[in-house]
Design a protein around this ligand. Structure first.
Ligand code: SF4
Length: 317
């Protein structure tokens, strides 16, 4: 696993940052900031690893070199990545391999369900690589995975989906599985889409989230944005306002970390206090739940986040 505490990165020195100023103009070579150190593995981690390997499953925790893997896997939590380990999109931030995709494995839903059962999960997050090569983008496979997990374990299920190229039928198919949370990441601000998320479209992401709300008004929606890629606060606030305008309920804000030297550089490391400030500003837009912090990821503590959303929604209604 990537342990960033041992790596050197290019860090900007930012002074007098303003809401409209691009972040990160000066750089110096420096070690990762002290707040980006992670805990050592606990025994539960090895059990999680063995279940994943035994059932030949992929996780985004490993494929995306998530910095929380030690913590999450020690607590026997993982995010399953279905539809193979090869992606059809060349996103500049993501370490999931690109290239020739794999055949869809029809027994994967049962294997995911079995892993959820063995790990004793009460809340399961299922994501996938982007499969633009499949006519439905893998939507039917998502559907089958959600149903298999729910039937076998009774767990709540969150899906974290690609954009399905905006295919409304595909999106409807996933909605039909009635996931407990429908999550689709925005990733960054529209100005940076071409560099960060080539082949994706900002408006397509908003449309997807709007479609979920239109077809299933009670289904909580969620999105996530990485910070530290050169976005400004003004741009971020506009994105958050756009997300609220399409009814997005929950938001995650986390620090972008460069997975390898071949990926986009980090433009800035935001200290935890700044994540707190940004989180407060964004919360004021009316999200039911905002998680903002250096290690926040789409699926980080996803079950707790969904529970807090439920409590907030119950209070309002
Ligand atoms: S935050 Fe999500 S992707 Fe990262 S290790 Fe935890 S469960 Fe896996």
């Amino acid at each position: 696993m990537l342990d960033g505490s041992e790596l050197n990165f290019s860090l900007p020195v930012v002074t007098n940052a303003t809401d409209s100023a691009p972040i990160g103009t000066l750089r110096e070579k420096r070690r990762l900031p002290r707040w980006l150190k992670r805990p050592l593995p606990q025994p539960g981690m090895y059990y999680t690893d063995s279940v994943i390997q035994d059932l030949r499953l992929e996780t985004v925790c490993e494929s995306a070199k998530c910095p929380n893997r030690t913590e999450c896997w020690s607590q026997q939590t993982a995010t399953f990545m279905i539809l193979g380990n090869v992606c059809t999109r060349p996103c500049g931030f993501c370490s999931v391999p690109k290239g020739k995709t794999e055949t869809v494995q029809l027994d994967e839903p049962e294997r995911v369900a079995e892993a959820a059962e063995r790990l004793g999960l009460k809340y399961v997050v299922i994501t996938s690589v982007t499969r633009d090569d499949l006519p439905d983008g893998g939507a039917d496979h998502f559907y089958n995975c959600v149903l298999a997990v729910r039937e076998r374990t009774g767990a709540r299920v969150e899906v974290l989906t690609p954009d399905f190229m905006g295919n409304r039928d595909a999106i409807s198919r996933v909605i039909a599985a009635r996931p407990d949370v429908f999550n689709h990441n925005t990733e960054t601000v529209p100005r940076l889409y071409h560099r960060v998320r080539r082949n994706a479209e900002y408006q397509r992401t908003l449309n997807l989230l709007a479609q979920v709300k239109a077809e299933a008004p009670d289904m909580p929606t969620k999105s996530g944005v990485m910070l530290g890629l050169g976005e400004t606060i003004d741009e971020l606030m506009k994105v958050c306002a756009d997300l609220r305008a399409v009814g997005c309920d929950m938001l995650t804000l986390g620090q972008y970390l460069q997975p390898t030297g071949g990926h986009l550089p980090v433009e800035r490391y935001l200290p935890p206090e700044e994540f707190d400030e940004v989180g407060d500003r964004v919360r004021a837009l009316g999200f039911s739940m905002v998680a903002s912090g250096p290690f926040v990821r789409s699926s980080y503590h996803a079950g707790e986040m969904a529970s807090e959303h439920d409590q907030t929604a119950a209070t309002i209604s």
